[in-house]
Write a protein that binds this ligand. Structure first.
Ligand SMILES: Cc1cc2nc3c(=O)[nH]c(=O)nc-3n(C[C@H](O)[C@H](O)[C@H](O)COP(=O)(O)OP(=O)(O)OC[C@H]3O[C@@H](n4cnc5c(N)ncnc54)[C@H](O)[C@@H]3O)c2cc1C
Ligand code: SF4
Ligand code: SF4
Ligand code: SF4
Length: 370
């Protein structure tokens, strides 16, 4: 029977672990901890029964199943490189205090508050911050939801809080907000029938080209003369942007490529394809969000926001653009995965290039995360 040791050697130590938090959540005796940015069981103790629950909870072993899940839960919709969907619109919040706190159009925060006020959810797994370090949190009130607004870069085991949300806080109608990897994992746990996951009633995915190691971007900011505590906002589009003291500092994304974790360079999901609703900034003007509504649950909550005038909507201008980003990420992730696999089999760069029909330079770039 596979156990924690297999999870550690096949996923955590190989660098493909996305730090979704599912193994931390699943261990019935809380032996898997979050240590220095990774899930770890500190040492084998008598209490670790070798039950394999942590291993079974990891969606990394079952990527084929993601396709089955897509077919069974997302149901009817159009399908292209951003996944299955019912409709895509641009939107922004009408609430001024959300506008001040949010990252883009404030749709995530507005949607969570609406869902909470109407009893559609009784809480949400969100991401707060310590300085700018992302921290997994449970939000049960309007204020807690607003406090979590804004994007924080860095890995964060969002799903680890699900146990506490259900067991300690008694929540039964939870919304999970997260990157596409968090959403894939949450869907997988539901599909597997993990009892705690039955309380997840809604999922909101964030678009994601890549993530950055928190310590690494802290160092990069320091190198630009900025202390992390002076920073008001991070944002990544065509450039890496840091807002501080009313000024905007932009530099090429290539300067932060060394901060991208390995699991992100092999990732193929840009648009949170398994979420009920996916939200990002790409494809819409500054201050607006692009919203992809995929499921009946997603449609019910989003049309509620429209009906009650909590948001403003318009047609999305950049549909072709987001389709291209999604397609490029899928192809790049797949190719990088193949390159790592061949490297592990002992092939050198030249052999890998020949085998995949690409240049040696491309192989080097992919291995460096470019
Ligand atoms: C790592 C990362 C990469 C991204 N890359 C892109 C991109 O390439 N293109 C694009 O269009 N959009 C990207 N986004 C999404 C974008 O930054 C906004 O989150 C999105 O547009 C929603 O904006 P909003 O104003 O509606 O959100 P808000 O109302 O401000 O709410 C933001 C929500 O994001 C959650 N959150 C914050 N940080 C994290 C985190 N690290 N992990 C999980 N959840 C978090 C919070 O819980 C909060 O509920 C990325 C987000 C993240 C976290
Ligand atoms: S008790 Fe079970 S779930 Fe927890 S670490 Fe040990 S094998 Fe994994
Ligand atoms: S369940 Fe998530 S956090 Fe745990 S090893 Fe797998 S990918 Fe990593
Ligand atoms: S690039 Fe993929 S693995 Fe990395 S944070 Fe985004 S969704 Fe997760």
């Amino acid at each position: 029977m596979p156990s924690y040791e297999d999870l550690e050697s096949k996923v955590i130590d190989t660098g493909i672990c996305t730090v979704c938090g599912a193994c931390l959540l699943a261990c019935p005796t809380s032996h898997v901890k979050y240590i220095e940015g990774k899930p770890r069981r500190p040492k084998r103790t008598m209490d670790c029964v070798g039950c394999s629950t942590c291993y079974e909870a990891c969606y990394m072993f079952r990527h084929g199943l993601i396709k089955d899940i897509e077919g069974s839960i997302l149901g009817w919709g159009k399908k292209d490189s951003v996944g299955i969907y019912k409709r895509i619109v641009a939107a922004r919040t009408m609430e001024q205090n959300i506008e001040k706190a949010c990252q883009d159009g404030g749709i995530v925060t507005t949607l969570l508050i609406y869902a909470l006020d109407r009893g559609i959810i009784d809480g949400a797994l969100v991401v707060g911050k310590d300085a700018w370090m992302p921290v997994a949190c449970i939000a049960k009130t309007r204020d807690e939801i607003i406090l979590s607004a804004g994007t924080k870069y860095g890995v964060v085991p969002v799903l680890k809080e699900l146990r506490s949300a259900v067991v300690d806080h008694g929540l039964r109608k939870i919304c999970v907000v997260g990157s596409p990897c968090h959403i894939q994992s949450a869907r997988y746990l539901k599909h597997k029938g993990l009892p705690l996951a039955s309380s997840v009633k809604l999922t909101v995915g964030l678009f994601c080209r890549e993530n950055y190691d928190y310590q690494c971007i802290t160092e990069k900011a320091r190198g630009k003369g900025l202390n992390i505590n002076q920073i008001d906002k991070f944002n990544v589009a065509e450039e890496f942007n840091i807002y501080a003291g009313g000024k905007k500092l932009s530099f090429p994304i290539t300067e932060v490529k060394s901060c991208v974790p390995k699991h992100c360079v092999v990732c193929e999901d840009f648009a949170g394809e398994l979420a009920d609703v996916s939200i990002g900034s790409d494809g819409s003007p500054e201050g607006w969000s692009t919203v992809i509504i995929r499921t009946e649950e997603g449609e019910a909550v989003f049309s509620g926001l429209e009906r009650e005038g909590l948001i403003e909507t318009e047609a999305v201008g950049g549909l072709v653009y987001i389709r291209e980003i999604a397609q490029r990420k899928r192809e790049k992730g797949k190719q990088t995965k193949d390159i790592f696999k061949l490297k592990e089999e002992g092939l050198d760069k030249k052999e890998i290039a020949a085998k995949l029909g690409i240049t040696e330079e491309r192989v080097s770039h992919r291995l460096e995360g470019l």
